[in-house]
Write a protein that binds this ligand. Sequence first.
Ligand SMILES: C[S@@+](CC[C@H](N)C(=O)[O-])C[C@H]1O[C@@H](n2cnc3c(N)ncnc32)[C@H](O)[C@@H]1O
Length: 291
Amino acid sequence: MSIQFEYIDGRRYQTSMPYFAPVDETEIIRLDLEDTMLRLWWGNSFGSPMAERLNGEGTKVLDVGCGAGSWMCDLAIRYPRTLFVGLDIAPMFPGENPPNAAFLECNILEKLPFPDNTFDFVHQRMLSGGITQKQWENHIIKELVRMTKPTGYVEFVEADSAFYSSGKVTRRISNACKYYNSLKRHAESKGQCGFIGTHIKGILENTQQVTNITHDVKDIVLGNRAGKSGEMALQNILEMLKSLRPALSKSMEITNNHFDALVETFMRETSVYETIWRVHRVYACKIDTPV
Ligand SMILES: C[S@@+](CC[C@H](N)C(=O)[O-])C[C@H]1O[C@@H](n2cnc3c(N)ncnc32)[C@H](O)[C@@H]1O
């Protein structure tokens, strides 16, 4: 499918899908920042016990909703004998990518163009902005497990769309994000699940095709109290809010200037309340079924 774009306040947004974030250079920089921040938080790029296989010959990795390819290009350089494939609906792929990395434009809400049991490792990160609870349950998780080889791993990283330990303005902005989801022009964006991280383990269990499910939760205090990673997390959230400004100020029925003032207050509140952003990482091994 070819996707359509519109420009608002100098940012480029795609209009064909419910996904909210822009598709432009500024967003690529934010995604790179988020990738570095997440690596710093977890102390690694993935939780699944895959390092040995990635160092071996013939291993295949799929990154679903890969964005600018930050996660997989870093790994493709570190593991040159492994083949990496990235899928995304919006083309933000790097112009120059490592020789063992390939990108494909496709919509993950459809059946993906790979046979069952193709990949040793299937990874998917930060997609909750565009997917409903039903789509997660009925399609996405099953589809990712389908493409994973027996004894291979499937891994998800998703953040909650709310902040914990928050001030009044922070809560107002969080609520506006929730309402924005239901106000968007796409009927199917109603029911988008901003808390899928808490449900993935259960959905994986229901497939009855995986074992050894691990669910790790990371709470990060926004701002410099949590050192470099806290500063980067706050910067990342501010960049996200900036890119949502046209939509949020409209749904909150306030001017852009008023929205900017709220974001200033949000920043001060994060420091007073030690506001937390929560990220979930869930991974599991596909059962090796005898034939
Ligand atoms: C927040 S970005 C995360 C990118 C990458 N996973 C990362 O962690 O750097 C979410 C990505 O999901 C993609 N996306 C959203 N809905 C999609 C869909 N239906 N099919 C394929 N990609 C989708 C968006 O285009 C965007 O690049």
